[in-house]
Design a protein around this ligand. Structure first.
Ligand SMILES: N[C@@H](CCC(=O)N[C@@H](CS)C(=O)NCC(=O)O)C(=O)O
Length: 258
């Protein structure tokens, strides 16, 4: 398992060859953490990139064609900014250990479950909608919430769906995990680690962040993460938190450096 080079600024990274991953700092954004985890498990050499003051306004947009993190930039190929594109690039550059099942039906299932975790209106998206709503209701409203709400679809039609979606995805994952365990398997897709285990472990931080000794962050950021809904707590206690811990301990890097 190799350590990434860097971190370097966007300005410096643009001149470098190879694989560069632009990440968000200080916040346990699961999209960034999942991408870092995938590259770590594959032992892929890459340069970690952070937006710095030295990068002018619009540096991220000018290089990656969009304004979110993470972005995977490989040589002079098109930017990869969606979770699935980043996973497919990593799988191409380092086929082993495979994180996408070889069997087509298993693969379709894996991408479907991963979308329910990391895609639009999936678990992470809906947790963010709830976080935005809480920030807008606070007094004074959190300005970060207005910015993120406009950017990530906190529409009148989507917000009321968020809580139900969170329950549904957690229940799907719990059922899968229990079924796999009953068959003697340790991972969500069966006997082998796959990308959905990584997505689950990293996205779980939105609902129940790792403790400070395993993932240090400021009080202000920590206060925005987590979920005090007793229904969520009960579902998480049914195996999903144990699975999160197992994946971090066996396959990811602890303590997490944000
Ligand atoms: N484009 C990613 C999602 C990335 C994403 O949602 N990133 C958020 C994480 S909170 C972000 O960069 N937020 C900071 C910002 O918008 O300034 C995907 O489709 O997989």
């Amino acid at each position: 398992m190799s350590q990434p080079a860097g971190p370097v600024s966007i300005t410096e990274a643009r001149e470098l060859p190879g694989l560069r991953l632009v990440v968000i700092e200080a916040v346990p954004s699961p999209w960034t953490q999942a991408a870092k985890g995938i590259l770590h498990i594959k032992g892929l050499p890459y340069t970690l990139v952070r937006r710095t003051k030295e990068d002018g306004a619009g540096a991220l947009e000018g290089w990656t064609g969009q304004a979110s993190f993470p972005a995977a930039m490989y040589e002079d190929e098109a930017p990869r900014t969606g979770w699935a594109e980043i996973l497919l690039l990593a799988e191409r550059l380092a086929p082993e250990p495979a994180l996408i099942p070889a069997d087509a039906e298993e693969r379709a299932l894996m991408f479907g479950i991963a979308h329910e975790i990391a895609g639009e209106m999936g678990l992470g998206w809906c947790c963010r909608l709830e976080m935005i709503a809480a920030g807008l209701q606070s007094d004074p409203p959190n300005p970060m919430s207005s910015y993120l709400g406009t950017k990530y679809g906190a529409f009148p039609e989507t917000l009321p769906l968020a809580q139900g979606r969170i329950y549904e995805v957690l229940r799907v994952l719990t059922r899968r995990l229990n079924a796999q365990r009953a068959d003697g398997h340790r991972y969500l897709m069966g006997a082998e680690l796959s990308a959905v285990d990584i997505y689950w472990a990293t996205f779980c931080n939105l609902l129940s962040p790792l403790p400070q000794e395993k993932m240090e962050m400021s009080d202000a950021i920590r206060s925005m993460f987590g979920n005090d809904d007793p229904v969520v707590a009960e579902i998480l206690a049914g195996g999903l938190l144990t699975h999160r811990d197992f994946i971090y301990e066996e396959h990811l890097v602890l303590p997490v450096v944000l």
